[in-house]
Design a protein around this ligand. Sequence first.
Ligand code: XMP
Length: 509
Amino acid sequence: LVLVFDFGSQFGQLIARRVREQNVFCQLVRHDITAERVKELNPKGIIFSGGPSSVYEAKAPKCDPKIFDLNIPVLGICYGMQLACHTLGGKVAPAAAREYGRATLNVTNADQLFRGYPPESTVWMSHGDQVHTMSGDFVPLASTDTCPVAAVKHTSRPVYGIQFHPEVSHTPHGGQILANFLRDVCGCRGLWKIQTFIEETVQTIRAQVGDKRVICGLSGGVDSAVCAALLVKAIGPQVACIYVDNGMMREGETDLVRHTFRDWYKADLSVVHASEHFLAALQGVTDPQEKRKIIGRVFVEIFKNEAKAIPDAHFLAQGTLYPDVIESGGSKDGPAATIKLHHNVGGLPAELGFELVEPLRDLFKDEVRRLGIELGLPEDVVWRHPFPGPGLAVRCLGEVTAEKLATLRKADTIFLDELHKAGWYRKTSQAFAVLLPVQSVGVMGDGRTYENTVAIRCVQTDDFMTADWSHLPHDLLARVSTAIINRVKGVNRVVYDISSKPPATIEWE
Ligand code: XMP
């Protein structure tokens, strides 16, 4: 285990991911985790992330200084290096100019950290402060033109610092530094694999639940599917899966869930058809947040009822992922590790009274996908784009009706099919159709039409916090437009959404 301390860097998760790419298990933790807790966790190494602060600001995030007495290797990146040097006696001060962008690094001491590293190479810098002088205990390892102390090592403690960012792709050899730190300094052997994770997690789940039953909500999404597959592997018939079809699902979603879990995994699955219930509750409602609240409330009511029918259920399994935990502002070791409100099956209130089983809590999305493949889930399930809990309801702008949903679902299916056929589905992060509450004039044959407009949206993103619209080929867009207008009754116009997030959001509501 390696711990990444989060000092507010936008790259915290990226560092964690780079560590895992070396097959070393790693967790992102809050910067103020106590030395005692670190000792309990017994990591082989610690990485301090960068961060936007200056060590001299009153509110600058600090670490427990006793961490340095644990004799655990520390690698400080950017702010992390400044903090380590500042705490251990070096002098940090503003650089002559804020440095942002590529710089040329000259390695002056090809010590452990820079073993096998080119003497001159490009690195990515982003900092205002830098380490100026070091106490007698630090020695410099590398420099750039504007940053004489771009990497350091402590002479008696296993503490290293680098001013640039090894985790970003603009530092082409950054992986080598992390590999050297993890292998040579920390002694990690790089044995962490998805298969190891499965074996360990199966044992943990069995130990946690004993012979009690576990309810697992399926949403049609990849996270809950992988969570359920893992539970079925661990405890088989003790898992009771519940899938609520709220009528706002994509084409074929309910069948896919049924086929995968009931026919293939032989899981105990209840499919609740509650479309009418949801539509009735949504009647006349146009406000997006109101729609979300209603769908959330009705979902909980239905889920609760279903759960009651499983008398000896004691646990509730959720496919909470690592970013869900971090995004809510509390890493696992933080004081308040709550789940973000958007979480798909989540939002099930504590009043349900179940103990939680969250076997994916430490994983990133790409790891969940690898896990899904390893557990034998079909590619269709594993590579599905994310889908919001309120589903098509927030893509059917204005009031939701069964008829509008049917129109939207058809257009959405055509769009996704064309993306699949053109090999673009896997290259994009999320794609869907939106039914606008706008009619416009058109001509069909000799007649004038006055019909609906469908917007299509397709984005690329790593984290869904920011996103770019996908530059789909024009001929693909043309095929989609023609197919939708020809085949979906009531639609005479298709527009492509070319807004990025921010300022737009991915969804339209
Ligand atoms: P926005 O529209 O906020 O979307 O840019 C970011 C990501 O979150 C998804 N999303 C939701 N997921 N319940 C969910 O479970 C919701 O109410 C919800 N709203 C947006 C959206 O699909 C995108 O992936």
